[in-house]
Design a protein around this ligand. Structure first.
Ligand code: CO
Length: 174
């Protein structure tokens, strides 16, 4: 297993609706495990495949935020099949260093997908875990947390966002 580089805002892959996975190949399993390593090292509590430059529907979430007995998990082709409630809380994103914004999300969700063993998995989550799932599933659909804030709030972030875009562009040059 190894760590991957996290791509930052301005990289076009973050705006991509990623490709559905047809077969859980060894390659997919390696990517998912690398994503877990990358998330834990960052450190973060969730990560999507396009955040490490990979055009595939894979997300990883650290369920430890819920309980210390839980482990990080990977889900292939995750989909929110049910959601309810509404709540606003602060979020960060590994692709947006030093930016924290209030985001409105559902309070309870049901997510279905496929595990690394090829079997169907389903999660019913509330609170912070529900929030992380929504944030990461947005990512693999090319949606970013800044898309959830209004125009005025986005204007206030303009300078900070431009700074990250410049940093991303300079990284590409090197
Ligand atoms: Co993010």
């Amino acid at each position: 297993m190894s760590k991957k580089k996290i791509v930052t805002y301005g990289d076009p892959i973050l705006r991509k609706k990623t490709a559905r996975i047809k077969d859980i190949t060894d390659d997919v399993i390696v990517i998912a495990n690398d994503m877990i390593d990358t998330m834990l090292a960052a450190p973060g509590i969730g990560l999507a495949a396009n955040q490490v430059g990979i055009d595939k529907q894979i997300i990883v979430v650290d369920l430890k935020v819920k309980s210390p007995d839980e482990k990080p998990i990977a889900i292939i082709n995750p989909k929110i099949v049910y959601s309810e409630g509404e709540d606003v809380a602060e979020e960060g994103c590994l692709s947006f260093p030093e930016i924290n914004i209030d985001v409105r999300r559902a309070t309870k969700i049901n997510v279905q997908g496929i595990g690394l063993d090829g079997k169907k998995i389903e999660f019913e989550e509330t609170g912070i875990v529900a929030r992380v799932f929504q944030h990461e599933i947005d990512h693999i659909n090319g949606i970013l947390f800044i898309d959830h804030i209004n125009f005025v709030k986005k204007q206030l972030l303009r300078k900070d966002l431009r700074k990250i875009e410049d940093m991303t562009r300079n990284k590409e040059k090197n």
